[in-house]
Design a protein. Structure first.
Length: 505
């Protein structure tokens, strides 16, 4: 017995020593509560701490409030209750999910100048150095809107890094990045000698460098803190849930036995009724002893994107496409004809112009391509700009209902975890992940002949991705897909792959 106690003390001392090597607590939340409105609680008396030099993943369901937590850390918003303690004389920088719309028309130089509260003289060499770190070549006079989604993701990271912060907050940094970009970012974070907190749904990316997980539970509004990477945490949670379920099963058996006995003795009358009362009290005590089993993230329901209006013959013909090569727009020769049921994957590195090309294809403005008359196009943009951010979710879905009734619309919305509270919200107030789910609900109601999908995995909870892939695999209309996530693409029927980097001019 003493031997096992000694081992426990030694193991505890070992982990304390490991943590002390990490240094002081650099961030701590002490019973912090916050809500966006009376109907939207985000945090409920949350407490956790992060030590200097730690690399931590912040995880949770879409809309749980992960980005809100970052806003609290950088003091963009303040908590209703509790305290947020930061170590003295520390700097914090955040790489957000997307570049704000109002900054899309500024130049690269102006974008980096906004990183500093005071004017930085001779900033150009600093910009050049940090762009090299994120593996991006960029003209400093070029406007932000002229960069691809993947290039904008690198700019967001570079804008945070140029501040050389003590704490680096990264909000979905792998979105829009191709495989090389993700590998480059992963190695950078492995070598980075500062504190990092990352929001991401990419488990493989997180497993490569994180050593702890903060899990924001959308149900309890609490933060659960774990040691280890994402895979360790999933295993630990699964074991805990299994143990809790077994324990509750034992209580359920005991409760039912006591209730059966109580009913039996109650019918006997006399002193047996006193015994029956004791049995009921024992059953009630067992009921109170049951543990609240941790609930997993809600998963969207299986769904189908139907083809509403049947179209006979060719849906889209492509003879040539505009792409970027050596920073110039060039025409690439193509010979693509899409009919009902044809699935095309567009491939190519960041910066070749995939998003711009999809935009022109969807709007039927690409000179070398033509969508047939009467074709209904369902266009999923990675920046969600097909959605009106000033409209409510209800108005957004209602605008494409067609012949569907309100009950159908609400049923479709519920399948994407869009409840009554979310329906009342403006699209612009939603998390990026929730915007993605609204965009998919819109496609279901639209019933398009042609689906054009630009990085549909961005911001989406990884638990939803197999369901989305299954739907796209079975989609009976024509489809053009752009995605840098091979695990996702491999689950979808692809009839033809067009690699834009191999097009002849």
């Amino acid at each position: 017995m003493y031997y096992y106690e000694f081992i426990k003390i030694a193991v505890r001392a070992f982990f304390i020593d490991i943590m002390s090597q990490k240094g002081e607590v650099i961030i701590s939340f002490d019973r912090v509560s916050f809500r966006h409105s009376p109907l939207r609680p985000i945090l409920d008396e949350v407490s956790f701490s992060v030590r200097r030099l730690s690399k931590v993943a912040l995880m949770g369901q879409n809309g749980a409030g992960k980005s809100t937590l970052f806003q609290l850390i950088i003091k963009d918003i303040i908590p209703e209750e509790g305290r947020i303690n930061l170590a003295s004389n520390i700097s914090i920088a955040i790489a957000k999910q997307v570049i704000p719309r109002e900054q899309l028309n500024i130049t690269v130089r102006e974008f980096f100048e906004k990183s500093f509260s005071e004017k930085v003289y001779d900033i150009d060499p600093k910009i050049d150095n940090i762009l090299e770190v994120v593996n991006l070549e960029a003209n400093k006079e070029k406007k932000i809107k002229d960069f691809s989604g993947g290039q904008q993701a690198r700019l967001l990271l570079a804008q945070a890094l140029i501040q050389n912060p003590d704490i680096l907050l990264l909000d979905e940094p792998t979105n829009n990045l191709d495989k090389d970009g993700i590998n480059h970012l992963t190695q950078f974070l492995i070598d980075y000698k500062k504190t990092v907190i990352v929001i991401s749904h990419d488990a493989d990316f997180l497993n490569a460098f994180t050593e702890g997980v903060l899990y924001l539970d959308v149900f309890t509004k609490k933060i659960e803190q774990y040691t280890g990477n994402y895979k360790d945490v999933v295993k630990e949670i699964s074991l805990r849930v299994e143990k809790e379920l077994r324990k509750n099963a034992q209580f359920e058996k005991h409760i039912q036995e006591k209730k059966d006995k109580a009913n039996f003795f109650a019918n006997k009358g006399g002193r047996m009724r006193i015994l029956a009362k004791r049995m009921r009290e024992s059953a009630a005590e067992a009921e109170e002893s049951k543990v609240d089993v941790r609930r997993e993230d809600k998963i969207i329901r299986d769904f189908v994107i139907e083809v509403g209006k049947n179209h006979v013959g060719e849906i889209l013909n492509i003879k040539s496409l505009s792409i970027m090569k050596n920073h110039k727009v060039v025409k690439g020769i193509a010979n693509i004809s899409l009919k009902k049921g044809d699935h095309l994957l567009l491939a190519g590195p960041n910066g070749i112009g995939k998003s711009t090309l999809l935009k022109h294809l969807a709007n039927n403005t690409e000179k070398g391509a033509k969508i047939a008359e009467g074709v209904v196009v369902g266009y999923y943009r990675q920046d969600f700009s097909t959605l009106d951010f000033d409209k409510s979710v209800y108005e957004t879905l209602e605008s494409v209902m067609g012949q569907a009734d309100e009950q159908t619309m609400r049923s479709v919305a519920a399948g994407f975890l869009i409840d009554q509270d979310v329906m009342r919200n403006k699209v612009g107030n939603l998390s990026e992940g929730q915007k993605g789910l609204v965009a998919f609900a819109r496609l279901v109601l639209l019933k398009p002949n042609l689906l054009i999908l630009d990085e549909p995995t961005n911001h989406i909870n990884f638990r939803h991705l197999p369901i989305i892939a299954k739907t796209l695999d079975k989609y009976e209309g024509a489809m053009i897909l752009v995605s840098h996530v091979p695990e996702f693409v491999n689950q979808i029927r692809i009839d033809e792959i067009l690699d834009l980097s191999n097009l002849r001019s």
